[in-house]
Design a protein around this ligand. Structure first.
Ligand code: GLC
Ligand code: CA
Length: 550
């Protein structure tokens, strides 16, 4: 079994990674052409978001056929070549299994709509008149979570877009179908899986109105979710592979169970609590400055509890659903480089498996779209209209999207300073910010001091140091709260990691003795500034990791 504690995962959003055939859309051949680059980062696994047949209403998270490839992205031969090419370079491919729902274009759903009982039982249909949905639950993309089908005089549940119908996991035949899909991809040589919103798969027995929320408390970490996961894993024999579950609005107690090896569920999970510290009253569509105190506390609690109860976390800042981290918790202007490196240090030396999302390793920023026509994401477009309906001005709605839209993470990967950033020879399906002229792979590859080379160093440090892989974690809740400090401890060794999450000089409450030999990595030149002296304060977004034996 591979040692996940040493590994780093690189995430690819194929549509925005690299276009090989000049249609403006990234594709699998494009990824194959960049495998050497991904290897140069030291990545052990590549997680690709879905490229299966799909109408792409939600860019592939609306799957029409789990065993075929969307021609826009390539062919099955291309995927086989991708698996082989990764393998040759010592990397494993992880596929994204979207098992909470299918596209309404999936064969099963079409047959359900045609009234075939067998397939109606694959989904969640409820009786009712056209005027009153079975419950008042809200879709995560806005609007009601139920859609009426006049010909059947029934409603079906869709927690996401109306074209993404939720599957009925209580039906053993559905579970068998999904296991067969996992087995199909496993036999192709795929090395791991990411399970999309997998803590939403078990719905309650009774559907009732939610008078205090959108319904999520009834189906998040639902009644049979652990049982379903154990069964899926046991019956497909994937317990020794890398598996990560995306957990939506989950709890620490549940994540401990999902990821404790004894439970034989998953190797690790993603949770998003730390990415909501800038949501006003928990609302993604209301802006607020990040609450750094809360951010630090969340990491402290999750990291220490995960260790104490033998759980394991995926640690990350970015993915295809999130704005870019340097624009969000860093400073994408004055301290662009410093803050991107600091944010990276904080994540990569934690206890857990770090994930790097394409372009994060370059310090890619939010896209800065200024008109609604530049957005492509179904959620962003829906919410733009919802915000206008709620009385926001156009300018305000656009400002909210500029900070919150998922499209911020979906602008094309910036390869070089050429036209369209080297992503494509034609105009891409979604625009890219002008900063590709200096924020790009070619420029950063040459520059020793670049964010890219800093990420490479961090990935390598994890491979070399047992203390990063296995050390105990201890958060030092120092004052002031912008200082995020933690220790990793392993048999007489100690790693101290200090990070300044602010653009100011921040004094430390207690000076730290500095010696050149003990500095493992830093985003400032320490030798020049600190020779033989103690560190009394941290500079803007400064990050230092000290390693020592005692
Ligand atoms: C997950 C995916 C997201 C998708 C949603 C519905 O959150 O990461 O991109 O829209 O699930 O499948
Ligand atoms: Ca293409």
């Amino acid at each position: 079994m591979i040692d996940l504690k040493k590994c780093t995962v690189y995430q690819i959003y194929p549509k925005s990674f690299c276009d090989s055939n000049g249609d403006g859309i990234g594709d699998i051949r494009g990824i194959i052409g960049k495998l050497d680059y991904i290897q140069s980062l030291g990545a052990d696994y590549i997680w690709c978001t879905p490229f299966f047949t799909s109408p792409l209403r939600d860019n592939g998270y609306d799957v029409e056929d789990y065993r075929n490839i969307n021609p826009v992205f390539g062919t099955m031969e291309d995927v086989e070549a991708l698996i082989a090419g990764a393998e040759e370079r010592g990397m494993g491919l992880m596929l994204d299994m979207v098992f909470n729902h299918t596209s309404t274009r999936h064969e099963w759903f079409k047959r359900a709509l045609a009234g075939e009982q067998k397939y109606m039982d694959y989904y969640i249909f409820r009786d009712g008149g056209p005027d009153k949905p079975p419950t008042n639950w809200q879709s995560k993309f806005g609007g009601p979570a139920w859609e009426y089908v006049p010909s059947l005089q029934k409603w079906y549940l869709h927690l996401f877009d109306v074209t993404q119908a939720d599957l009925n996991w209580n039906n053993p035949e559905v579970r068998q179908e999904l296991k067969n899909i996992v087995l199909f991809w496993k036999s192709k040589g795929v090395k791991g899986f990411r399970f999309d919103v997998v803590n939403l798969i078990s719905k309650p027995d009774v559907f009732e109105d939610d008078n205090i929320g959108d319904g999520k408390r009834f189906y998040s970490d639902g009644p049979r979710v652990h049982e379903f996961l154990k069964e899926l894993v046991a019956d497909t024999g994937i317990e020794d592979m890398i598996t990560v579950g995306e957990m939506s609005s989950t709890s620490l107690a549940n994540c401990l169970k999902y990821s404790n090896p004894k439970e034989k569920e998953l190797s690790m999970c993603f949770n998003f609590h730390h990415l909501k510290v800038d949501y006003k009253d928990g609302n993604k569509w209301e802006l607020m400055k990040p609450d750094y105190r809360r951010l630090r506390d969340l990491f402290a609690v999750w990291q220490t509890e995960m260790e104490r109860k033998n759980g394991w976390m995926a640690v990350f800042w970015c993915n295809h659903d999130q704005p870019r981290i340097v624009s969000r918790f860093g400073d994408d202007k004055k301290y662009w480089k410093e803050s991107a490196k600091m944010l990276a240090t904080f994540i990569h030396l934690l206890r857990g498996t770090p994930y790097i999302y394409q372009g994060e390793e370059l310090g890619m920023t939010n896209a800065g779209y200024s008109s609604i026509d530049e957005y492509r994401d179904v959620e962003s477009i829906n919410y733009y209209h919802i915000l206008l309906k709620k009385g926001k001005t156009r300018e305000r709605a656009l400002e909210i999207l500029r900070q919150r839209s998922r499209d911020n993470g979906r602008s094309p990967m910036q390869w070089n300073s050429g036209r369209y950033g080297g992503f494509s020879v034609t105009e891409p399906w979604i625009g890219l910010p002008d900063n590709y002229k200096w924020i790009n792979v070619a420029a950063e590859d040459r520059d020793e001091d670049s964010i890219l080379n800093y990420y490479r160093a961090l990935v390598e440090l994890r491979k070399q140091h047992k203390i990063i892989q296995e050390g105990r974690i201890e958060f030092l809740l120092l004052k002031p709260e912008e200082i995020f400090a933690y220790k990793r401890v392993l048999y007489g060794q100690e790693l101290l990691v200090l990070n300044n999450f602010s653009g100011k000089n921040v004094p430390l409450c207690k000076p730290i003795p500095y010696s050149e030999h003990s500095c493992l990595i830093s985003n400032y030149n320490q030798a020049e500034n600190n020779q033989g002296r103690a560190i009394k304060s941290l500079r803007p977004y400064e990050s230092i990791a000290f390693y020592g034996k005692y």
